[in-house]
Ligand binder design. Structure first.
Ligand SMILES: Nc1nc2c(c(=O)[nH]1)N[C@H]1C(S)=C(S)[C@@H](COP(=O)(O)O)O[C@H]1N2
Ligand SMILES: [Mo]
Length: 441
């Protein structure tokens, strides 16, 4: 029943993204740069870098025979306070990603931060400090706290941390997995201010039976059915008690914007952002795993035994909740489709890398499809779960067309694959190397 509901939601997402015919996933994938200088010329000429929406289509290897279609210019994204360069993936619910080249700031500005809603937007709170949050379930003293009380009673902390949708990278799966077709832009890194979830749970007094959380937000279900939640996910209590799991009211020093869950949300770094409940109004502490909307079945879950890509597990293969997000690096400058002067040989590169619960050990780039790799310089992250900004340069041997690849390796020695691996029906955990095309001359 629950699984059906989740499946229906995913299907309706697909429909809504097909309203936005500007960039249906098929044509996004088929914007071939491999061998097509016309495409890159168009990109440079139009000033609309293909990079934002065509990451998977840069080489024949990933395009897998898709016919070359004329590149379309994405519609400017139109939402108050948001950068027009975001790419709309769905309008009902509203979902938009950030092209890699817009993730070039050390701290992602609110204007450029991706948006992912599963339901409708709730009504905007008139008095933020009066917003109330309940802590219930396996606790000694259930609590109801207003945001004003949270600020007064608990110590505030600020950390710069990556928030990343569990489906980030989904569009790189072949065959296509169900859901929003994210490239690499279902992620951003903001400075979040709030109190430790652990401090609030401890104030409520965790019983010995407190093993899991369930999170609830105020947003209505897409259908308007008031008996259903738009999304309601939960996690093991150990993750909730980590010092970086926060109940947050400010983003980049500003009151948390409504579109990002204001006045109050969770930020649970390293794990799928679906745990980071927006418009947070209730946390249920549980003895057993949470069973809310978006739990169970194939939602936010990956197979424990690899599936034949495109096949249906038929309930025969077990799925397990996606926990830590995989390692990923992006090139944020230059943008895909950049044309460089004929004399240019040294290309300066910039980007970001992150690795879920793990650390980024190194970032390398290649201009020859991965035959030779060159190490980039990593900046020191501000705190755990911050992304790593990286810089460096690459020497190109001549004029011409080059694809620049980036690969990050995490602290366990696990690197990004060349293609999206571990295919699963809803497309979680896809992290193939990012690459851009540049034309010298
Ligand atoms: N209440 C509520 N919280 C939510 C969601 C939602 O639809 N409703 N979406 C989740 C998902 S799937 C993601 S990826 C992040 C997106 O956060 P953002 O829109 O601030 O970028 O919020 C999470 N929290
Ligand atoms: Mo998400």
């Amino acid at each position: 029943m629950l699984e059906e509901a989740v499946t229906r939601d995913a299907a309706s997402n697909d429909q809504s993204s097909s309203h936005i015919v500007e960039m249906p996933s098929a044509s996004r994938r088929s914007i071939l740069l491999g061998g097509s200088l016309a495409a890159i010329g168009v990109a440079a000429g139009l000033g609309a870098p293909l990079g934002s929406r065509s990451n998977g289509g840069l080489s024949s290897a990933s395009a897998q025979g898709a016919p070359a279609a004329a590149p379309k210019v994405p519609q400017p994204f139109d939402f108050p306070g948001k950068d027009k360069g975001l790419a709309l993936l769905g309008d009902r619910p509203l979902v938009a990603e950030t092209p890699e080249s817009l993730l070039d700031d050390d701290t992602t500005p609110i204007a450029k931060f991706f948006i992912r809603n599963n339901g409708q937007l709730p009504e905007e709170a008139k008095d933020a400090d009066a917003w109330s949050l309940k802590i219930e379930g396996e606790v000694d003293k259930p609590l109801t706290l207003t945001l004003g009380e949270l600020k007064k009673r608990f110590t505030a902390h600020s950390f710069r941390m990556v928030l990343e949708c569990g489906g980030n990278g989904r569009s790189f799966y072949q065959p296509a997995a169900r859901g929003n077709q994210w490239t690499n832009g279902g992620a951003g890194c903001a400075e979040w201010t709030g109190v430790r979830l652990a401090d609030v749970l401890k104030a409520a007094g965790l019983k010995d039976s407190a093993k899991f959380t369930g999170h609830f937000g105020a947003d209505p279900h897409l259908s308007g059915d008031t008996t259903k939640d738009a999304i309601s996910r939960g996690m093991p209590i150990e993750k909730a008690l980590e010092p970086h799991s926060l109940i947050v009211w400010a983003m980049n020093g500003e009151p948390l914007p409504h579109i990002h869950g204001g006045p109050l949300r969770l930020v649970v770094p390293g794990w799928p952002a679906s745990l980071s409940s927006k418009w947070l109004n209730r946390i249920l502490v549980r003895a057993t795993p949470h069973d809310g909307q978006g739990m169970g079945g194939t939602s936010y879950r990956v197979p424990t035994v690899p599936l034949v890509p495109g096949s249906n597990a038929d309930g025969k293969i077990n799925f397990t909740d996606l926990t830590s997000m995989p390692v990923r690096a992006i090139i944020t400058a230059p943008a895909n489709g950049t044309r460089l002067p004929a004399a240019a040989r040294d290309v300066s590169l910039r980007g970001a890398a992150w690795a879920g619960d793990h650390e980024v050990a190194n970032v390398e780039v290649s201009s020859d499809g991965g035959q030779r790799w060159h190490a980039m310089t990593l900046a020191k992250p501000k705190n755990r779960y911050d992304w790593v900004r990286w810089t460096g340069s690459l020497k190109l041997p001549s004029e011409g067309y080059f694809e620049l690849w980036v690969k990050a390796t995490d602290s366990r020695g696990v690197a990004q694959p060349h293609v999206a691996t571990n295919w699963n029906p809803q497309g979680y955990g896809s992290n193939p190397m990012h690459r851009i095309a540049v034309l010298v001359g």
